[in-house]
Design a protein around this ligand. Structure first.
Ligand SMILES: [Zn+2]
Length: 407
Protein backbone atom coordinates (compact mmCIF):
# COMPACT_ATOMS: atom_id res chain seq x y z
CA UNK A 1 0.00 0.00 0.00
CA UNK A 2 1.31 3.38 -0.99
CA UNK A 3 2.38 5.35 2.02
CA UNK A 4 0.70 8.70 2.22
CA UNK A 5 1.74 11.32 4.61
CA UNK A 6 -1.03 11.48 7.11
CA UNK A 7 -1.89 15.06 7.02
CA UNK A 8 -1.93 17.29 9.88
CA UNK A 9 -0.58 19.53 7.22
CA UNK A 10 -1.83 23.04 7.48
CA UNK A 11 -3.63 22.28 10.69
CA UNK A 12 -2.54 25.70 11.78
CA UNK A 13 -4.79 27.03 9.07
CA UNK A 14 -7.85 25.65 10.80
CA UNK A 15 -8.82 28.72 12.66
CA UNK A 16 -11.94 29.29 14.58
CA UNK A 17 -14.20 29.99 11.65
CA UNK A 18 -16.53 32.14 13.66
CA UNK A 19 -13.80 34.57 14.47
CA UNK A 20 -12.68 35.58 11.02
CA UNK A 21 -14.98 38.48 10.33
CA UNK A 22 -14.55 39.87 13.80
CA UNK A 23 -10.76 39.84 13.52
CA UNK A 24 -10.83 41.18 10.02
CA UNK A 25 -12.89 44.16 11.11
CA UNK A 26 -10.39 45.02 13.81
CA UNK A 27 -7.48 47.38 13.81
CA UNK A 28 -4.98 46.83 11.07
CA UNK A 29 -7.51 45.28 8.77
CA UNK A 30 -6.36 45.61 5.19
CA UNK A 31 -9.92 46.47 4.29
CA UNK A 32 -9.65 49.51 6.49
CA UNK A 33 -6.16 50.60 5.53
CA UNK A 34 -5.48 49.46 2.00
CA UNK A 35 -6.23 51.47 -1.09
CA UNK A 36 -9.01 50.34 -3.40
CA UNK A 37 -7.66 47.72 -5.78
CA UNK A 38 -8.43 49.76 -8.81
CA UNK A 39 -7.22 52.95 -7.22
CA UNK A 40 -5.48 55.36 -9.51
CA UNK A 41 -3.15 56.27 -6.65
CA UNK A 42 0.47 55.72 -7.52
CA UNK A 43 1.86 52.55 -6.02
CA UNK A 44 4.61 53.13 -3.52
CA UNK A 45 7.41 50.70 -3.67
CA UNK A 46 8.96 50.64 -0.26
CA UNK A 47 11.32 47.81 -1.09
CA UNK A 48 12.98 48.96 -4.28
CA UNK A 49 13.53 46.35 -6.94
CA UNK A 50 17.24 46.00 -7.23
CA UNK A 51 17.83 42.34 -8.03
CA UNK A 52 20.00 42.22 -11.08
CA UNK A 53 18.49 40.17 -13.85
CA UNK A 54 14.93 40.97 -12.81
CA UNK A 55 14.41 43.35 -15.69
CA UNK A 56 11.69 42.19 -18.04
CA UNK A 57 13.12 40.00 -20.74
CA UNK A 58 11.86 39.66 -24.29
CA UNK A 59 8.54 37.75 -24.59
CA UNK A 60 8.91 34.03 -25.16
CA UNK A 61 9.00 33.14 -28.86
CA UNK A 62 7.15 29.86 -29.34
CA UNK A 63 8.69 29.37 -32.77
CA UNK A 64 12.18 29.52 -31.35
CA UNK A 65 11.99 26.05 -29.77
CA UNK A 66 11.27 22.50 -30.86
CA UNK A 67 8.14 21.20 -29.16
CA UNK A 68 8.06 17.56 -28.08
CA UNK A 69 5.34 15.38 -26.54
CA UNK A 70 5.53 14.86 -22.81
CA UNK A 71 4.00 11.60 -21.59
CA UNK A 72 5.83 11.31 -18.27
CA UNK A 73 4.85 12.51 -14.83
CA UNK A 74 3.79 16.11 -14.56
CA UNK A 75 5.41 17.25 -11.33
CA UNK A 76 3.27 19.31 -8.98
CA UNK A 77 4.55 21.47 -6.12
CA UNK A 78 2.34 23.40 -3.75
CA UNK A 79 3.08 26.26 -1.41
CA UNK A 80 1.30 28.08 1.34
CA UNK A 81 1.67 31.86 1.51
CA UNK A 82 5.33 32.75 1.97
CA UNK A 83 6.82 34.55 4.96
CA UNK A 84 7.53 38.18 4.11
CA UNK A 85 9.08 39.11 7.48
CA UNK A 86 10.81 36.18 9.22
CA UNK A 87 11.38 38.27 12.35
CA UNK A 88 7.60 38.47 12.86
CA UNK A 89 6.90 34.88 11.82
CA UNK A 90 9.64 33.30 13.88
CA UNK A 91 9.34 35.40 17.02
CA UNK A 92 8.84 32.44 19.32
CA UNK A 93 5.08 32.84 19.71
CA UNK A 94 2.56 30.00 19.54
CA UNK A 95 2.44 30.10 15.72
CA UNK A 96 6.18 30.12 15.06
CA UNK A 97 6.80 26.38 14.83
CA UNK A 98 3.69 25.83 12.69
CA UNK A 99 4.90 28.47 10.26
CA UNK A 100 8.34 26.84 10.33
CA UNK A 101 6.74 23.49 9.47
CA UNK A 102 4.38 24.57 6.69
CA UNK A 103 5.87 27.62 5.03
CA UNK A 104 8.93 28.89 3.24
CA UNK A 105 10.21 32.45 3.36
CA UNK A 106 10.04 34.79 0.38
CA UNK A 107 13.80 34.43 -0.11
CA UNK A 108 13.69 30.63 0.08
CA UNK A 109 10.79 30.62 -2.39
CA UNK A 110 12.73 32.78 -4.85
CA UNK A 111 15.65 30.34 -4.63
CA UNK A 112 13.32 27.37 -5.19
CA UNK A 113 11.89 28.98 -8.34
CA UNK A 114 15.39 29.71 -9.61
CA UNK A 115 16.49 26.13 -9.00
CA UNK A 116 13.42 24.64 -10.72
CA UNK A 117 14.11 26.92 -13.66
CA UNK A 118 17.80 25.95 -13.73
CA UNK A 119 16.86 22.26 -13.68
CA UNK A 120 14.73 22.62 -16.81
CA UNK A 121 11.21 22.80 -15.42
CA UNK A 122 8.63 24.91 -17.24
CA UNK A 123 5.26 25.92 -15.89
CA UNK A 124 2.01 24.45 -17.18
CA UNK A 125 -1.46 25.10 -15.83
CA UNK A 126 -3.15 22.23 -14.03
CA UNK A 127 -6.21 22.70 -16.29
CA UNK A 128 -3.97 21.89 -19.26
CA UNK A 129 -2.95 18.49 -17.96
CA UNK A 130 -6.22 16.55 -17.98
CA UNK A 131 -9.45 16.90 -19.88
CA UNK A 132 -12.80 15.20 -20.15
CA UNK A 133 -13.35 12.92 -23.12
CA UNK A 134 -15.50 9.90 -24.06
CA UNK A 135 -14.55 6.25 -23.98
CA UNK A 136 -15.35 3.77 -26.79
CA UNK A 137 -18.85 3.30 -25.40
CA UNK A 138 -19.47 7.03 -25.32
CA UNK A 139 -19.18 7.38 -21.55
CA UNK A 140 -17.43 10.43 -20.15
CA UNK A 141 -13.91 9.79 -18.83
CA UNK A 142 -10.96 11.92 -17.85
CA UNK A 143 -7.84 11.56 -19.97
CA UNK A 144 -4.32 12.95 -19.86
CA UNK A 145 -4.15 15.75 -22.41
CA UNK A 146 -1.55 15.72 -25.12
CA UNK A 147 1.06 17.95 -23.63
CA UNK A 148 3.96 19.43 -25.51
CA UNK A 149 6.98 21.08 -23.93
CA UNK A 150 10.06 22.69 -25.44
CA UNK A 151 12.67 20.00 -26.11
CA UNK A 152 14.75 19.25 -23.03
CA UNK A 153 12.20 20.78 -20.63
CA UNK A 154 9.94 19.16 -18.03
CA UNK A 155 6.43 20.35 -17.12
CA UNK A 156 5.69 21.61 -13.63
CA UNK A 157 2.38 22.57 -12.05
CA UNK A 158 2.37 24.99 -9.14
CA UNK A 159 -0.50 25.50 -6.75
CA UNK A 160 -0.89 27.76 -3.74
CA UNK A 161 -3.17 26.90 -0.84
CA UNK A 162 -5.07 29.30 1.40
CA UNK A 163 -4.42 32.48 -0.58
CA UNK A 164 -6.89 34.19 1.70
CA UNK A 165 -4.71 36.31 4.00
CA UNK A 166 -6.14 34.95 7.23
CA UNK A 167 -6.06 37.37 10.17
CA UNK A 168 -3.42 35.35 12.05
CA UNK A 169 -1.10 35.66 9.06
CA UNK A 170 -1.41 39.43 9.09
CA UNK A 171 0.04 39.42 12.59
CA UNK A 172 2.81 36.97 11.78
CA UNK A 173 4.88 38.46 9.02
CA UNK A 174 2.82 37.76 5.90
CA UNK A 175 1.45 40.21 3.37
CA UNK A 176 -2.13 41.47 3.86
CA UNK A 177 -3.68 41.41 0.42
CA UNK A 178 -3.10 41.59 -3.31
CA UNK A 179 -3.78 44.86 -5.13
CA UNK A 180 -3.51 46.13 -8.69
CA UNK A 181 -0.83 48.76 -9.17
CA UNK A 182 -1.12 51.63 -11.58
CA UNK A 183 1.11 49.69 -13.96
CA UNK A 184 -1.66 47.04 -14.15
CA UNK A 185 0.50 44.47 -12.39
CA UNK A 186 -0.28 42.68 -9.15
CA UNK A 187 1.37 44.00 -6.00
CA UNK A 188 1.05 43.01 -2.38
CA UNK A 189 0.05 45.35 0.39
CA UNK A 190 1.12 44.83 3.97
CA UNK A 191 2.89 46.36 6.92
CA UNK A 192 6.55 46.07 7.80
CA UNK A 193 7.64 45.24 11.38
CA UNK A 194 7.61 48.97 12.19
CA UNK A 195 3.97 49.20 11.10
CA UNK A 196 4.52 51.20 7.92
CA UNK A 197 2.52 50.50 4.76
CA UNK A 198 4.43 48.53 2.16
CA UNK A 199 3.50 47.90 -1.45
CA UNK A 200 5.87 45.40 -2.98
CA UNK A 201 6.35 42.72 -5.60
CA UNK A 202 9.03 40.92 -3.61
CA UNK A 203 7.23 39.72 -0.52
CA UNK A 204 4.35 37.55 -1.78
CA UNK A 205 4.35 34.19 -3.58
CA UNK A 206 2.10 35.54 -6.34
CA UNK A 207 4.05 38.68 -7.16
CA UNK A 208 7.43 36.96 -6.83
CA UNK A 209 6.39 34.36 -9.41
CA UNK A 210 5.05 37.07 -11.72
CA UNK A 211 8.32 38.92 -11.39
CA UNK A 212 10.32 35.74 -12.04
CA UNK A 213 8.28 34.93 -15.15
CA UNK A 214 8.73 38.44 -16.51
CA UNK A 215 12.49 38.07 -16.08
CA UNK A 216 12.49 34.50 -17.47
CA UNK A 217 9.70 34.19 -20.05
CA UNK A 218 10.98 30.75 -21.13
CA UNK A 219 10.03 29.46 -17.66
CA UNK A 220 6.41 29.66 -18.79
CA UNK A 221 6.13 28.84 -22.49
CA UNK A 222 2.33 28.84 -22.31
CA UNK A 223 2.10 31.87 -20.05
CA UNK A 224 0.85 29.77 -17.12
CA UNK A 225 1.41 30.84 -13.52
CA UNK A 226 -0.15 28.74 -10.74
CA UNK A 227 -3.53 27.69 -9.43
CA UNK A 228 -4.71 29.60 -6.35
CA UNK A 229 -6.58 27.37 -3.92
CA UNK A 230 -9.12 29.47 -2.05
CA UNK A 231 -11.30 28.95 0.99
CA UNK A 232 -14.10 31.42 1.63
CA UNK A 233 -14.58 31.84 5.37
CA UNK A 234 -12.20 34.81 5.61
CA UNK A 235 -12.94 36.11 2.14
CA UNK A 236 -10.41 35.81 -0.68
CA UNK A 237 -7.10 37.38 -1.65
CA UNK A 238 -7.20 39.63 1.41
CA UNK A 239 -10.70 40.99 0.80
CA UNK A 240 -13.39 40.19 3.38
CA UNK A 241 -16.04 39.00 0.96
CA UNK A 242 -17.52 36.36 3.29
CA UNK A 243 -20.87 36.25 5.03
CA UNK A 244 -20.73 35.86 8.80
CA UNK A 245 -23.20 33.65 10.59
CA UNK A 246 -23.10 35.82 13.69
CA UNK A 247 -23.14 39.17 11.93
CA UNK A 248 -26.04 39.78 9.58
CA UNK A 249 -25.96 43.54 10.16
CA UNK A 250 -26.44 46.01 7.32
CA UNK A 251 -22.99 47.43 8.12
CA UNK A 252 -21.31 44.07 7.59
CA UNK A 253 -23.17 43.53 4.35
CA UNK A 254 -22.29 47.01 3.11
CA UNK A 255 -18.61 46.41 3.85
CA UNK A 256 -18.83 43.00 2.21
CA UNK A 257 -20.23 44.52 -0.99
CA UNK A 258 -17.43 47.08 -0.96
CA UNK A 259 -14.87 44.30 -0.62
CA UNK A 260 -16.51 42.35 -3.45
CA UNK A 261 -16.20 45.35 -5.76
CA UNK A 262 -12.60 45.89 -4.66
CA UNK A 263 -11.48 42.32 -5.33
CA UNK A 264 -12.95 42.10 -8.84
CA UNK A 265 -10.13 43.99 -10.62
CA UNK A 266 -7.58 41.92 -8.66
CA UNK A 267 -9.17 38.69 -9.90
CA UNK A 268 -9.19 40.03 -13.45
CA UNK A 269 -5.54 41.08 -13.27
CA UNK A 270 -4.59 37.64 -11.93
CA UNK A 271 -6.44 35.92 -14.76
CA UNK A 272 -4.83 38.22 -17.32
CA UNK A 273 -1.44 37.25 -15.91
CA UNK A 274 -2.14 33.49 -16.25
CA UNK A 275 -3.33 32.53 -12.75
CA UNK A 276 -6.22 30.12 -12.30
CA UNK A 277 -8.37 29.27 -9.29
CA UNK A 278 -9.47 26.17 -7.42
CA UNK A 279 -11.61 25.40 -4.40
CA UNK A 280 -10.13 24.59 -1.00
CA UNK A 281 -13.72 24.36 0.38
CA UNK A 282 -15.39 27.37 2.00
CA UNK A 283 -14.64 26.40 5.57
CA UNK A 284 -11.37 24.44 5.17
CA UNK A 285 -13.39 21.38 6.16
CA UNK A 286 -12.20 17.81 6.54
CA UNK A 287 -13.85 15.96 3.66
CA UNK A 288 -13.03 12.57 5.14
CA UNK A 289 -15.07 13.05 8.27
CA UNK A 290 -17.80 15.64 7.67
CA UNK A 291 -21.32 14.36 6.95
CA UNK A 292 -22.58 14.72 3.39
CA UNK A 293 -25.04 17.47 4.36
CA UNK A 294 -22.20 19.58 5.78
CA UNK A 295 -20.15 19.10 2.61
CA UNK A 296 -23.16 20.09 0.51
CA UNK A 297 -23.81 23.27 2.48
CA UNK A 298 -20.11 24.17 2.39
CA UNK A 299 -19.83 23.56 -1.37
CA UNK A 300 -22.87 25.74 -2.02
CA UNK A 301 -21.39 28.50 0.10
CA UNK A 302 -18.10 28.30 -1.80
CA UNK A 303 -19.98 28.56 -5.11
CA UNK A 304 -22.04 31.53 -3.83
CA UNK A 305 -19.24 33.50 -2.24
CA UNK A 306 -16.07 32.48 -4.09
CA UNK A 307 -17.08 30.77 -7.34
CA UNK A 308 -19.38 33.72 -8.08
CA UNK A 309 -16.26 35.93 -8.09
CA UNK A 310 -13.49 33.78 -9.55
CA UNK A 311 -15.64 31.70 -11.90
CA UNK A 312 -16.28 27.97 -12.08
CA UNK A 313 -13.43 25.56 -11.43
CA UNK A 314 -12.78 21.85 -11.93
CA UNK A 315 -10.04 21.74 -9.34
CA UNK A 316 -10.54 20.82 -5.69
CA UNK A 317 -7.67 20.95 -3.22
CA UNK A 318 -8.41 18.85 -0.17
CA UNK A 319 -8.04 20.76 3.12
CA UNK A 320 -5.47 18.96 5.28
CA UNK A 321 -4.96 16.72 2.23
CA UNK A 322 -7.84 14.63 3.57
CA UNK A 323 -9.53 12.48 0.92
CA UNK A 324 -13.27 11.82 1.26
CA UNK A 325 -12.69 8.06 0.95
CA UNK A 326 -9.53 7.80 2.99
CA UNK A 327 -6.43 6.47 1.29
CA UNK A 328 -8.47 4.21 -1.01
CA UNK A 329 -8.58 6.51 -4.02
CA UNK A 330 -10.30 3.81 -6.10
CA UNK A 331 -13.34 4.02 -3.86
CA UNK A 332 -16.08 6.47 -4.77
CA UNK A 333 -18.29 7.26 -1.80
CA UNK A 334 -21.26 9.64 -1.58
CA UNK A 335 -19.17 12.72 -0.71
CA UNK A 336 -16.87 12.17 -3.68
CA UNK A 337 -19.85 11.54 -5.97
CA UNK A 338 -21.50 14.73 -4.80
CA UNK A 339 -18.35 16.83 -5.34
CA UNK A 340 -17.85 15.36 -8.78
CA UNK A 341 -21.47 16.15 -9.66
CA UNK A 342 -20.77 19.79 -8.70
CA UNK A 343 -18.21 19.96 -11.53
CA UNK A 344 -14.96 19.04 -9.82
CA UNK A 345 -12.75 16.75 -11.92
CA UNK A 346 -9.26 17.02 -10.45
CA UNK A 347 -8.96 16.20 -6.75
CA UNK A 348 -5.63 17.15 -5.22
CA UNK A 349 -4.18 15.84 -2.01
CA UNK A 350 -0.61 16.01 -0.70
CA UNK A 351 1.96 13.24 -0.66
CA UNK A 352 5.45 11.99 -1.23
CA UNK A 353 5.38 12.13 -5.03
CA UNK A 354 3.43 13.76 -7.88
CA UNK A 355 1.20 10.72 -8.13
CA UNK A 356 -1.95 10.76 -10.27
CA UNK A 357 -4.69 8.24 -10.97
CA UNK A 358 -7.54 8.52 -13.45
CA UNK A 359 -10.60 6.96 -11.88
CA UNK A 360 -12.32 4.24 -13.87
CA UNK A 361 -15.82 4.46 -12.45
CA UNK A 362 -16.41 8.22 -12.66
CA UNK A 363 -14.77 11.03 -14.66
CA UNK A 364 -12.25 12.26 -12.12
CA UNK A 365 -8.52 12.40 -11.47
CA UNK A 366 -6.87 11.90 -8.11
CA UNK A 367 -3.50 13.48 -7.61
CA UNK A 368 -0.90 14.20 -4.99
CA UNK A 369 1.32 17.21 -4.72
CA UNK A 370 4.74 17.62 -3.19
CA UNK A 371 5.11 20.34 -0.57
CA UNK A 372 8.20 22.53 -0.32
CA UNK A 373 8.05 23.81 3.28
CA UNK A 374 10.08 23.79 6.48
CA UNK A 375 9.30 20.15 7.20
CA UNK A 376 10.54 18.85 3.87
CA UNK A 377 13.46 21.29 3.73
CA UNK A 378 14.59 19.93 7.07
CA UNK A 379 13.76 16.26 6.63
CA UNK A 380 13.19 15.28 2.97
CA UNK A 381 16.22 16.67 1.19
CA UNK A 382 16.67 13.60 -1.01
CA UNK A 383 13.10 13.52 -2.31
CA UNK A 384 13.29 17.11 -3.52
CA UNK A 385 16.74 17.02 -5.14
CA UNK A 386 15.17 16.85 -8.59
CA UNK A 387 13.89 20.39 -7.90
CA UNK A 388 16.44 21.87 -5.51
CA UNK A 389 18.89 21.05 -2.77
CA UNK A 390 17.40 21.97 0.61
CA UNK A 391 20.90 22.79 1.83
CA UNK A 392 21.07 25.64 -0.66
CA UNK A 393 17.55 26.83 0.07
CA UNK A 394 16.79 26.73 3.78
CA UNK A 395 17.64 29.87 5.70
CA UNK A 396 18.54 28.55 9.13
CA UNK A 397 19.64 32.02 10.20
CA UNK A 398 16.03 33.21 10.39
CA UNK A 399 14.16 30.00 11.25
CA UNK A 400 13.69 28.56 14.76
CA UNK A 401 16.62 26.50 16.00
CA UNK A 402 15.20 23.07 15.22
CA UNK A 403 16.63 19.85 13.88
CA UNK A 404 17.60 19.09 10.29
CA UNK A 405 18.07 15.51 9.10
CA UNK A 406 20.95 16.18 6.74
CA UNK A 407 24.40 17.53 7.42
ZN1 LIG B 1 -5.27 24.63 3.58
Amino acid sequence: MRRFISLLLASLLTLSLASCGKSAAGAGSPAASGPPASSAEPVKQDSPTSHSGDEDAKPFDRDSVTWVDWTGTVEHLFFHPVVAYPQLAFDGDAQANGIDDFMVTADEYRKILQSCYDKGYVLVDINQVWNESKDAAGNPVMVRSELKVPEGKKPLVLSFDDVNYYPYMLENGFTYKLVVGDNGQIWSYGKDPQGSDVYSQELDAVTILDQFCRAHPDFTPYGARGCLSLTGYCGILGYRTQTEKEDSSAAHEANRQKEIEAVKPVIQALKDEGWTFGSHTWGHIRLGTKPLATVQADTKKWADEVGSLVGPTKILFYPHGERPDGDDWKKTGPVFQYLQAQGFRVFCSVGVESFSYIKKDIPAVICDRLHPDGTTLRHSRQRYLQFYDAKDIIDLSVRPQREVSWS
